[in-house]
Design a protein around this ligand. Structure first.
Ligand SMILES: NC(=O)c1ccc[n+]([C@@H]2O[C@H](COP(=O)([O-])OP(=O)(O)OC[C@H]3O[C@@H](n4cnc5c(N)ncnc54)[C@H](OP(=O)(O)O)[C@@H]3O)[C@@H](O)[C@H]2O)c1
Length: 287
């Protein structure tokens, strides 16, 4: 990965931090993004130490605020003439319904709309740096969204259930990947999504999830993968030569896997793209 520049969102924690350590250790200039400057700086020191590389940087922005995403993307474009890999990893599950700075339901806003906008803002730089790759961290939880992303209530205004909303957002990650891969055909930029496994991270911790959700995560913790193990598929998709030309696929344990029927709905993928474009544009003009 020498002479490659990799951007990883949510890099201060969990799967992304382990992904950053692996890719920095393989020689990539590795840029982590974090919403908290102090957590980001702590992680930066850890990643430099664990990887033995000084080529690790931090950019701070909040995916729950599209203006902040725009500022973060501007910093990335200003600092890095080439971006070869974008790993959209940051994500969460929330037991209570909250809203982003732009008034979107937070899970949908942070897990889908923020990365959607970030990718759009970086796409020309990825194309001019090609061969390049977009890696979207989805989840097997997408399978719970059997009836799709729920276009009639994308903001989950009625009957909010944290895991259901999370599952729909992870389905959105896969649909976004499908549409992105199609739109990027012929550019030398690939787009793939993945499930990292069930990983012992900060996911669904303290403030993010309460009650049964947090209890459930604690119960399964002894049976989960380490962050290093959970990072393997992200690292594979970001760097392995054998997947350099694979695009539009969903991976589990470094192998392609067929996602749910809802995730293979190409009309839904195209519709989600246009709805997301409209929502981002509305937020921008309102801001
Ligand atoms: N752990 C699992 O078992 C599992 C299974 C399937 C899929 N996944 C997926 O894997 C990805 C990584 O999760 P993880 O398990 O590594 O959890 P994690 O340790 O909680 O990491 C999530 C990262 O996302 C960041 N983040 C959350 N909200 C953000 C925002 N508004 N703006 C910017 N960054 C934000 C977090 O920042 P803070 O530290 O500031 O909160 C953190 O760095 C997620 O997309 C998740 O859906 C995880």
């Amino acid at each position: 990965m020498h002479s490659k520049t990799v951007v990883i969102t949510g890099g201060n924690s969990g799967v992304a931090k382990a992904t950053a350590i692996a890719l920095a250790g393989a020689g990539a200039r590795t840029v982590i993004t974090a919403r908290s400057g102090s957590r980001g700086r702590d992680a930066l020191a850890d990643i430099r130490r664990a990887s033995g590389s000084d080529l690790v940087d931090l950019v701070v922005f909040d995916l729950a605020d599209l203006a902040s995403v725009r500022q973060g993307a501007a910093v990335l474009l200003d600092r890095y003439d080439e971006i070869h890999v974008l790993v959209n990893n940051a994500g969460l599950v929330l037991s209570e319904r909250t809203e982003t700075a732009d008034g979107f339901e937070s899970t949908f806003g942070i897990n889908h709309l923020g990365p959607f906008l970030l990718t759009q803002l970086l796409i020309d730089r990825l194309i001019s740096s090609a061969p390049a790759r977009v890696v979207n961290v989805a989840s097997t939880a997408h399978r719970s969204a059997r009836h799709g992303v729920g276009f009639d209530d994308l903001q989950s205004c009625s009957g909010y259930k944290g895991m259901q909303v999370y599952g729909r957002s992870k389905l959105a990650n896969i649909l976004f990947t499908t549409e992105l891969a199609g739109r990027l055909a012929g550019t030398g930029v690939t787009a793939n999504s993945l499930h990292p496994g069930t990983v012992a991270t900060g996911f669904a911790r303290d403030g993010d999830a309460s009650g049964f959700l947090a209890l459930g995560m604690r119960v399964i913790k002894p049976f989960t993968l380490s962050p290093e193990e959970g990072a393997r598929t992200s690292v594979h998709l970001a760097s392995a030569p054998e997947v350099a030309e694979v695009t539009g696929e969903y991976f589990v344990r470094c192998k392609t896997k067929t996602p749910s029927a809802a995730a293979r709905d190409e009309a839904a993928a195209a519709h989600l793209w246009s709805v997301s474009e409209e929502l981002v544009a509305e937020a921008t003009s309102a801001g």
